[in-house]
Design a protein around this ligand. Structure first.
Ligand code: NI
Length: 189
């Protein structure tokens, strides 16, 4: 089932996601739905908050070009190490349609998480995978990639962010708008 994606500045995207304590059939269904939603929107990562569920779950699929055959579902993901070396890479976000910016982040990371079987796992990642993992783990903390930009660059983006918040940028996938857009929507008489 394709779920609607919550857009900036819906409050759920600023919420800190709660840890997952039990792997239930509902949680497995949520993981499947999140993957379906991500693929339908041509995304490569999606966090629980982005489908209105502030729980610590992310899904990632960066495709085969980096040798990753299957999608990843990470529960309670935690960055346990990051490289001192940083790298600039352009990022986008399904909750911030039509906005792409270069962001500086650690080049490689180590992540600890639970898989859908409840097994504790660790993975080391660099390149695009490291980037997506950091972006999605940020979502679980209530952060957008634009929060990682220097203040002056964020200032330049302010008008575009306001347009998204007002519901003026409508992406080609089902969405839930934030309160500003809902308040400004034309009333049906
Ligand atoms: Ni995102």
């Amino acid at each position: 089932m394709i779920l609607p994606i919550y857009l900036y500045d819906h409050p759920v995207l600023r919420q800190k996601a709660e840890p997952i304590t039990e792997i239930t059939p509902e949680l497995r269904k949520l993981a499947r739905d999140m993957l379906e939603t991500m693929y339908a929107a041509y995304g490569i990562g999606l966090a629980g908050n982005q489908v209105g569920v502030p729980r610590q779950i992310i899904v990632v699929d960066i495709g085969k070009e980096e040798g990753m055959e299957r999608p990843l579902v990470l529960l309670n993901p935690e960055l346990i190490a990051t490289s001192a070396e940083t790298v600039d890479m352009e990022e986008g976000c399904l909750s911030l349609p039509e906005l792409r910016e270069s962001v500086t982040r650690p080049a490689s990371v180590q992540v600890r998480y639970l898989d859908l079987q409840g097994q504790e796992r660790q993975l080391e990642a660099e390149g695009l995978l490291a980037r997506v993992l950091q972006h999605e783990i940020d979502h679980l903390q209530g952060l957008y990639f634009v929060d990682r930009l220097p203040a002056i660059r964020r200032l330049f983006l302010q008008r575009k962010l306001e347009r998204i918040a007002r519901g003026e940028i409508v992406p080609p996938y089902p969405v839930v708008f934030g309160p500003t857009a809902v308040a400004q929507a034309p009333k049906v008489l």
